[in-house]
Design a protein. Structure first.
Length: 140
């Protein structure tokens, strides 16, 4: 009986499609890097206040850097959680992932940092939503 349990623990999950695994891993890595960056900015918040305030179009960011950092950390933690749910083939993960990107787009607009909205912040999320959407049929 214990031999059966050890065999089950060592088996590879073959239910999750390979392509879904790849984009989940990319999401884990991307969100983890962004969390690390925002943690550094959060730790050095006072130094970044004057830097962001000096950049045209970023005036609202400077005074709110701690709140913005905390919100981006929460948003990217949601991204990791959503990828974990999709790895487990849960449809809710897909919807949380969309919410994660909407939240990431709202934060800079709400705080007056429209300069944070670049082509990369619009194209990559849209591409990943499409890629996850292609795997939606595998989610339960």
């Amino acid at each position: 009986m214990s031999e059966e349990n050890s065999n089950n623990e060592n088996t590879v999950d073959t239910n999750t499609p390979s392509f879904l695994k790849v984009i989940c891993i990319l999401t884990y890595v991307g969100c983890s890097i962004l969390i690390a960056i925002w943690l550094i900015i959060l730790a050095l918040g006072a130094e970044y206040t004057s830097t962001f305030s000096a950049i045209p179009g970023m005036t609202g960011i400077g005074g709110n850097i701690i709140a913005i950092s905390a919100l981006f950390i929460i948003a990217n933690a949601l991204g990791i959680y959503s990828a974990m749910q999709m790895w487990k083939l849960q449809k809710t993960g897909f919807f949380i992932y969309i919410g994660h990107h909407v939240f990431n787009l709202i934060i800079p607009v709400f705080f007056g940092g429209e300069m944070l909205l670049t082509a990369a912040t619009l194209v990559f999320p849209a591409a990943f939503i499409v890629l996850y959407g292609l795997n939606f049929k595998h989610l339960k």
